[in-house]
Design a binder for this molecule. Structure first.
Ligand code: PRP
Ligand code: URA
Length: 212
């Protein structure tokens, strides 16, 4: 069955190459962190394709011109802690003036439900484009909970960036939030009994921060 239309797989060769390096268990935490940031930038490039543009009058050294410039209030990047921090770095490289929000969630290892422990976002979120960052969309419980919370606070234009989704999670997310496009480097077929993506890349937070 084809994936829902809100799920976008970014097939760019650089993205695919970097994802393979990240999946490899021999990759060190330092390299994993660098690759995550680089993929964040590349996925962010795709996810920001439709940001509104206005124009501004500037003087080049040759003559004056009306030149394109991002319009509207600054973008908000919202990493889901912890692992989303590493992905958000890449999006921030792309849009350095963006605002940041943070959603702290962990997965209860027994129930696989998302448990919130932190939530802080800019006050005027309803006027801004929001990009939620989390490298892994497994059951999608975390991503669904984060977007639920953002919508409750008034966010209307939300996108999600992850590097790896499991097909059941991608479908579940698209069913609950069909208005939130997801940009991912790959969609793997399944989850194991512990809710890990197979073949996946393991525990993103542990690999990023060297906690295992
Ligand atoms: C990981 C990952 C996602 C979540 C995905 O976080 O970064 O947030 O699991 O799983 P789900 O789609 O089944 O909800 P984790 O709970 O391990 O927390 P951490 O980032 O603090 O390690
Ligand atoms: N969280 C991870 O970090 N990895 C998975 O495979 C699933 C959830």
């Amino acid at each position: 069955m084809p994936l829902p239309p809100s799920i976008h797989v970014v097939t760019h060769p650089l993205v695919q190459h970097k994802l393979t390096k990240m999946r490899d268990k021999q990759t060190s935490s330092a390299n994993f962190r660098r690759l995550l940031r680089e993929i964040g930038l590349l996925l962010g490039y795709d996810a920001t394709r439709d940001l509104p543009l206005g124009t501004t009058r500037i003087e080049t050294p040759i003559e004056g011109m009306e030149a394109p410039l991002l319009d509207g209030k600054k973008l908000v990047i919202v990493p889901i802690l912890r692992a989303g921090l590493g992905l958000a770095e890449g999006v921030l490289d792309l849009v350095p003036l963006a605002r940041m929000g943070h959603v702290g969630l962990y997965r209860d290892p027994r129930t696989l439900q998302a448990v919130e422990y932190y939530f802080k976002i800019p006050g005027d979120i309803s006027d801004r484009d929001v990009i939620v960052c989390d490298p892994m969309l497994a059951t999608a419980h975390s991503a669904i909970a984060a977007v639920d919370r953002l919508k409750e606070t008034g966010a209307r234009r939300i996108k999600m960036i992850c590097i790896l989704a499991a097909e059941p999670g991608a479908r579940a997310f698209a069913e609950v939030h069909p208005d939130v496009p997801v940009f991912t480097a790959a969609v793997d077929a399944k989850l194991n009994d512990h809710g890990y993506i197979v073949p996946g890349l393991g525990d993103a937070g542990d690999r990023l921060f060297g906690t295992k």
